[in-house]
Write a protein that binds this ligand. Structure first.
Ligand SMILES: C[S@@+](CC[C@H](N)C(=O)[O-])C[C@H]1O[C@@H](n2cnc3c(N)ncnc32)[C@H](O)[C@@H]1O
Length: 242
């Protein structure tokens, strides 16, 4: 049987970042979204074609502004996602600090699990540094974030740097380190400081090629009696329960 509304011809495909769908993606034409996305591109110096992922992160960040606490991102790279968020939220008007943690030298071999090692995570990290996808130093990243005052750039490997995050409450936690051990370490470390309703966004939770992260994060979530929402963008979303 033909289901008429499934066969409509109008509308464009969203077809990038391993996601192909005809579902409504009008957010891409929203001038506020476009301005935030453009600021992300300015930070990265290129377009990663992450529109739906940025849409999700902007939604998460907007939700987090209704909750007490600072923002934290572990795995900053050149600052695409956090620059888009800070631009969209007019960051310095919020009176919160955005803590940004990264090695700025790729994955750290001490914090990669056996399965990730076997799958070539370190070689992939080296390649991503070589082609300029990962930031090789913090200088340009520091320059990028100098647009805002309320930013704390913390350089070094998670979990060693976690105790430099001085936030008493956290409303938004974005984990994007492309390897499981530091992501689990970070969400465990911050768990008690996450406000009720805080948004935790895992960038690669369901993304193709990152299953070891999903397994480790699911194990952590189960230990706290919560579940992660798997999104078609490849992200995973969790809320801090009461
Ligand atoms: C995919 S990139 C982050 C992309 C970034 N969120 C953006 O919006 O462009 C992953 C980053 O995680 C960082 N990273 C990997 N392992 C880390 C660790 N143990 N501690 C801190 N940063 C780490 C890498 O240096 C890399 O910059």
């Amino acid at each position: 049987m033909r289901i008429p509304w499934r066969n409509k011809r109008e509308g464009d495909w969203y077809d990038q970042d391993l996601l192909r769908t005809k579902h409504n993606h009008e957010f891409m034409g929203d001038p506020a979204f476009q301005a935030a996305y453009a600021r992300g591109m300015q930070a990265a110096g290129t377009d990663y074609r992450w529109h739906w992922r940025v849409h999700t992160a902007l939604w998460a960040a907007h939700c987090a502004t209704k909750i007490a606490g600072d923002f934290v991102e572990c795995g900053v790279g050149k600052g695409f996602m956090s620059s888009a968020i800070m631009s969209a939220l007019n960051w310095d008007t919020l009176g919160r600090t955005f803590y940004l943690l990264d090695t700025f030298s790729g994955l750290n071999e001490r914090y990669v699990n056996a399965e990730e090692l076997k799958a070539g995570a370190l070689e992939k990290s080296k390649h991503l540094l070589d082609i300029g996808f990962y930031a090789k130093s913090s200088e340009a990243v520091t320059r990028n974030f100098s647009e805002w005052r309320n930013v704390d750039l913390i350089i070094g490997p998670v979990p060693e740097t976690l105790d430099r995050v001085k936030a008493e409450r956290i409303a938004y936690l974005h984990l994007d380190m492309n390897c499981a051990p530091p992501e689990v370490a970070a969400v465990s470390f911050f768990w008690e400081r996450l406000s009720v309703g805080a948004v935790i966004l895992f960038d690669d939770y369901a993304y193709f090629g990152y299953r070891p992260q999903k397994i480790a994060i699911d194990e952590f979530a189960a230990s706290k009696g919560v579940a992660v929402l798997s999104l078609p963008t490849g992200q995973g979303l969790m809320l801090k329960p009461p």
